[in-house]
Design a protein around this ligand. Structure first.
Ligand SMILES: Nc1ncnc2c1ncn2[C@@H]1O[C@H](COP(=O)(O)OP(=O)(O)O)[C@@H](O)[C@H]1O
Ligand SMILES: [Mg+2]
Length: 264
């Protein structure tokens, strides 16, 4: 079946499952964006009731498209990594060196599936550690379904587009999240900036596909880069931590807790 026929039949079949198509933009994306396996994966998720409505496009990024959707009564975000047009080189750099993915075949599709799974698992660990991130709900192949961070089908703004009434408070919350991510979830975000933090009430960390475990060989490089990025954003509006001192004290706390655990 040709892709446009597949799109038509998918469109009809998905409606047979009771999925409301609130906006056709998910099907309007150019043919080279979604391949057959992406349609099949969406179809499977709809069949399982993981998606009950599909809405408009929220974002088209370098590697993924994000759509609004619904699962029964709850709003969801559907992030779909593009198999053909994702920025593959950028992804390989992060995944090589992460021991959870050492046996990965260097095939494009497999790498993107592993990446999607990694974003799901990173969000799960962060969420379980009490850091404010979208709750991950399900992943399949290159599709990640998560809690929608926004209201009335509109995402909360990225921090770069958001007015902060108390910058110092927001900065401290972000620094606390970085610390909790390290100490409780064992992770470093690794692409933290005013683009990957949404502001809704407080800060919400998103986009964790590239996040790495603290035992990654370049962990401290990425940790320092995250803090430097955030400092650059806040430098003019509030007092910021010294990255080196912050990292030293974080590592000291980490060692204390580790030896504390060994003693008890
Ligand atoms: N869970 C979510 N809820 C609401 N909006 C989201 C969610 N995840 C992503 N978005 C929107 O999509 C944009 C891109 O998502 P992101 O995960 O950063 O992907 P990319 O890899 O393309 O940068 C975000 O800036 C935000 O506007
Ligand atoms: Mg992003």
């Amino acid at each position: 079946m040709k892709l446009d026929e597949l799109q038509d039949s998918f469109d009809r079949k998905i409606e047979d499952f009771g999925v409301r198509i609130k906006d056709k933009s998910i099907f309007k994306v150019r043919n080279d964006v979604f391949d057959e396996s992406t349609y099949l994966a969406l179809y499977k998720l709809a069949k399982k009731g993981m998606i009950t409505a599909i809405g408009g496009s929220i974002s088209i990024g370098k590697e993924a498209n994000v759509f609004y959707g619904e699962q029964t009564d709850r709003a969801i975000a559907i992030k779909i990594y593009r198999i053909q047009t994702a920025d593959f080189k950028n992804m390989s750099e992060y995944i090589i060196g992460d021991r959870r993915f050492s046996q990965i075949k260097r095939k494009r599709r497999d790498l993107i599936f592993a990446w999607t799974k990694k974003e799901y698992s990173n969000l799960s660990r962060a969420f379980a550690s009490g850091i404010r991130v979208p709750e991950p709900l399900k992943w399949d192949r290159n599709i990640l379904i998560m809690e929608f961070i926004g209201e009335d089908e509109v995402s909360y703004p990225q921090m770069r587009n958001s007015f902060l009434s108390d910058p110092s408070m927001t900065y401290n919350q972000i620094i606390q999240f970085i610390e909790d991510l390290y100490l409780k979830a064992g992770l470093i975000h690794a692409d933290l900036s005013e683009y990957n933090i949404l502001i809704g009430g407080g800060p919400v960390f998103i986009d964790m596909g590239q996040s790495l475990q603290i035992d990654h060989p370049r962990a401290l490089f990425y940790l320092k880069r995250d803090i430097t990025n955030i400092n650059r954003y806040f430098m003019k509006s509030c007092e910021v931590v010294d990255p080196e001192k912050f990292i030293d004290s974080l590592l000291a706390t980490f060692e204390d807790r580790k030896s504390g655990m060994e003693v008890n």
